[in-house]
Design a protein around this ligand. Structure first.
Ligand SMILES: NC(=O)c1ccc[n+]([C@@H]2O[C@H](COP(=O)([O-])OP(=O)(O)OC[C@H]3O[C@@H](n4cnc5c(N)ncnc54)[C@H](OP(=O)(O)O)[C@@H]3O)[C@@H](O)[C@H]2O)c1
Length: 259
């Protein structure tokens, strides 16, 4: 299927592994030139190499306000105007709400809420001017369905979801769409940290914790990174021109909600 975005340009934050890399891969597959971001230089180089000639590496830590401007500038230097933004980063640590310090909350806010907002605000003017733009935020199934010990992840992403819902209405007249993709329990880096923590809390092996998670999903299996990227790329496509302000769950039926 032709997604109609061949030749467009994208910045994929936190794109050097897992779900972000899957988004980058699907965009490259649609002919998009992609600036891929991540902190670890060797992981980033490996990812970009695996994506081929349409991808370039933009190292930097999105949680640091001072490095966000540099990431945008480098992406624009390499690719020109950016028409597609995918916001992503590592998730906040799991754990009971009572145990998180102020510093941990601030780090989660910077990484998983404020970074996405600031990148969007930086790139929206160019998208509006061009009359085409796509913003896709990687959030979480815990936004519609809260989980114990996921208070940080749920709290900051609920805030991001609210702000992005407003932005979607503000930029809709300019051909710019803003949507969120909500991973369920996907067998990638973030989930490994969650089931390892669960195993430790409950005195079970990580394998048993992982198996329990898989059994809690109507499809009977954890998601994979490859389940995710195509949904992200579709929302970035011209085919999705009339879809904005949605929360698309990619979760094998995990979230128990009709809407
Ligand atoms: N997997 C799941 O089941 C699941 C479920 C719900 C929500 N989510 C959320 O979806 C997101 C992606 O999950 P994942 O499993 O793909 O995570 P992952 O495997 O840990 O990958 C995270 C990616 O983001 C990069 N990154 C992390 N922190 C960054 C930062 N501050 N600045 C720039 N890049 C950064 C990482 O590379 P570097 O470390 O080299 O920077 C890596 O490329 C996470 O936020 C996670 O919480 C995942």
């Amino acid at each position: 299927m032709d997604l109609g975005i061949s030749g467009e340009t994208a910045l994929v934050l936190g794109g050097s592994q897992g779900l972000g890399l899957s988004c980058a891969r699907s965009l490259v597959g649609a002919g998009v030139r992609v600036a891929v971001n991540g902190r670890d230089p060797s992981r980033l180089q490996e990812a970009v190499h695996s994506l081929g000639d349409l991808a370039v590496a933009i190292p930097g830590d999105v949680s640091r306000p001072d490095s966000r401007k540099a990431i945008v500038e480098q992406a624009q230097e390499q690719l020109g105007r950016i028409s597609i933004l995918v916001t992503n980063a590592g998730g906040p640590p799991p754990g009971p709400v009572e145990r998180h310090s102020h510093a941990v909350w601030m780090q989660a806010l910077e990484t998983n809420m404020l970074a996405a907002l600031e990148f969007a605000v930086a790139l929206v003017p160019g998208m509006k001017e061009a009359g085409f733009g796509r913003i896709v935020n990687v959030t979480s199934f815990t936004v519609p369905q809260p989980y114990a010990n996921m208070g940080l992840a749920t709290g900051v992403r609920a805030g991001l979801t609210g702000a992005m819902a407003s932005l979607a209405r503000e930029v809709a007249p300019y051909g710019v769409t803003v949507n969120n993709v909500l991973p369920g329990l996907m067998d990638t880096g973030a989930l490994e940290r969650v089931y390892n923590a669960q195993a430790e809390r409950e005195g079970i092996t990580p394998q048993v914790a992982k198996q329990r998670m898989a059994e809690s999903i109507p499809m009977g299996r954890l998601g994979t990174a490859d389940d995710f990227g195509p949904a992200c790329a579709f929302l970035c496509s011209r085919l999705a021109s009339y879809i904005t302000g949605v929360n698309l769950r990619v979760d094998g039926g995990l979230v128990q909600s009709m809407l």
